[in-house]
Design a protein around this ligand. Structure first.
Ligand code: ATR
Length: 284
């Protein structure tokens, strides 16, 4: 739809940002809802991030998504930080309201929504979760699982010290349900959900070599990697008869609250959206 002088504008700040699927995703919703608005890529180098955020605010943007490597810098430059962002220590969604920069983090929520969508009937409270990795994505996923009532979250990371630090941080939030496993088999034993938050399995990276045998029958396996759509981990989960949740779902769901705040419509994730975004991503 052609823009008018009243168009609402948002975008995604990243460095680099050329690989981001967010413009394609938000563009689909803008078109579907006939909204007078635009969502654009915003390549911003790290040293100019704070200046760029203030510039977008000054230029009348409605807000922006924030991706690698800016999520922590975004946290630092907000006037108002929502609980979701404080818990994650990072911001992925900026909303400019009444001249103030509001920051939230929808990654953990998007992850849970994606698992609920792709593994119907799954509930966090039903059993322990094993989380591989200890970076920003692991923090968002583990926090969301604990909040949703997971009885136990077991972290496992190549660099064990990083998992210990993350576990201590999450303990400090008073959850008391977080543990660190020495190796993947120990993490997987008895887990109702396994989540890969590492970059392993991503195009250009080595696959995640993992024996899924210790997982119980009926476990759900989720990957937050979405390029390719079907990672080796998800393929071996399906081969074992386990339910597999891909990373594209998390990308699609985390985008919903920002779109609502900038453009005034809470959009849905459905097959047409998924097909539109997936058309730009290799299957294997
Ligand atoms: P993000 O913030 O996106 O989660 P990150 O902080 O760079 O990214 O974390 C990447 C995760 O992938 C880490 O848990 C990392 O393990 P280390 O903490 O040991 O670095 C994990 N990772 C990356 N490459 C890996 C590899 N080749 N083998 C095992 N784990 C790997």
């Amino acid at each position: 739809m052609a823009l008018t002088g009243h168009a609402r504008v948002a975008g995604v700040m990243g460095w680099p940002v050329g690989h981001s699927r967010s413009p394609r995703l938000h563009g689909f919703w803008l078109e579907r809802h006939g909204i007078d608005g635009a969502y654009v890529p915003l390549p911003v180098p790290p040293e100019r991030f704070a200046e760029a955020v203030r510039g977008l605010l000054a230029a009348g943007f409605a807000g922006a998504n924030v991706t690698v490597p800016h999520k922590q810098a975004a946290f630092a430059c907000c006037d108002v930080v929502e609980d979701s962002a404080r818990r994650a220590g990072a911001v992925n969604t900026l909303v400019f309201r009444d001249g103030l920069i509001h920051g939230s983090n929808t990654d953990g929520w998007g992850f849970l929504e994606s698992v609920r969508e792709q593994a119907p009937g799954w509930e966090a409270a039903a059993g322990p979760a094993a989380v591989l990795g200890a970076g920003g994505a692991a923090r968002a996923v583990a926090t969301a699982l604990l909040e949703a009532g997971a009885p136990r979250v077991v972290l496992c990371n190549r660099t064990a010290a990083r998992a210990e630090v993350l576990a201590r941080d999450l303990e400090a939030a008073g959850t008391g349900r977080i543990a660190v496993a020495a190796d993947p088999p120990a993490a997987l034993r008895g887990a109702a959900l396994l989540v890969n938050t590492t970059s392993l399995g991503m195009a250009g990276q080595p696959p995640l070599e993992l024996d899924l045998a210790p997982l119980p029958e009926g476990a759900v396996v989720a990957d937050i990697v979405y390029v390719p759509l079907e990672t080796p981990l998800l393929r071996s989960a399906r081969a074992r008869g386990l339910r597999a949740v891909d990373g594209l779902g998390m990308l699609l769901h985390q985008a919903r609250p920002g779109f609502r705040d900038w453009f005034g419509v809470l959009p849905v994730v459905d097959a047409a959206l998924r097909a539109h975004v997936a058309a730009d991503i290799p299957l294997r």
